[in-house]
Design a protein around this ligand. Structure first.
Ligand SMILES: [Zn+2]
Length: 200
């Protein structure tokens, strides 16, 4: 395999890029726009070297600290914790400015073929530790998953997993205001506001 084929194969492994598009992009980066290629290499290396995982929410951030800006913010409401699948979902919720509590990033969703969390690579154990550590202040956990079959399934499995906490912490579900099939990442501010105020 020559270098062009190697680069094409690497780009082809990205989601949403077919082999023809990958080859076109590879040629573009090494012939027409070497500057973009260089910038991409530099940005990737910098992001990889500087990324940190917040000890509280497990979200990614880039400052030199143990916890991220949101978890450090004294004005956030510490009585409520929203569980989301990934960093993109957290950012989407943040953009709406509706929610003022804290987050926990689960690291994905539960596949429909799994009925418990044992065979998944999610952060359920860190989640339990977090709930135990925050149990004095924490009153509500909001399951902020997408309103899709997998999101609904994840909510059911997590609710079961957190059964020991339900006498102390209220577990609510977001999404009743989202239309069926809505990914949290793509919901707009009004839709999210509706889903948030109608959580149950
Ligand atoms: Zn954090």
């Amino acid at each position: 395999m020559n270098q062009l084929e190697k680069l094409t194969q690497a780009l082809n492994s990205l989601p949403g890029l077919g082999p023809r598009q990958a080859k076109r992009l590879a040629l573009y980066l090494i012939t027409e726009r070497q500057d973009i290629g260089q910038n991409l290499i530099k940005s990737l290396e910098e992001a990889r070297d500087d990324v940190h995982y917040c000890q509280k929410c497990q979200g990614i951030f880039f400052d030199k600290a143990d916890t991220c800006r949101i978890c450090r913010d004294p004005d956030r409401d510490r009585s409520v914790l929203m569980l989301v699948e990934n960093d993109l979902d957290k950012d989407s919720v943040e953009k709406t400015s509706v929610y003022r509590g804290l987050y926990f990033i689960l690291g994905g969703s539960v596949p429909l073929t799994e009925s418990d969390l044992k065979n998944t690579n999610l952060r359920q154990e860190q989640l339990k530790k977090r709930l135990e550590a925050d149990s004095e202040k924490l009153q509500e956990v909001i399951l902020g998953f997408s309103y899709t079959p997998q999101g609904e399934h994840t909510a059911r499995v997590i609710t079961k997993y957190l059964a020991d906490f339900t006498n102390r912490i209220k577990i609510t579900t977001l999404g009743r205001g989202l239309s069926v099939g809505t990914e949290l990442e793509y919901s707009d501010a009004d839709t999210f506001k509706h889903a948030f105020s109608n959580r149950s």
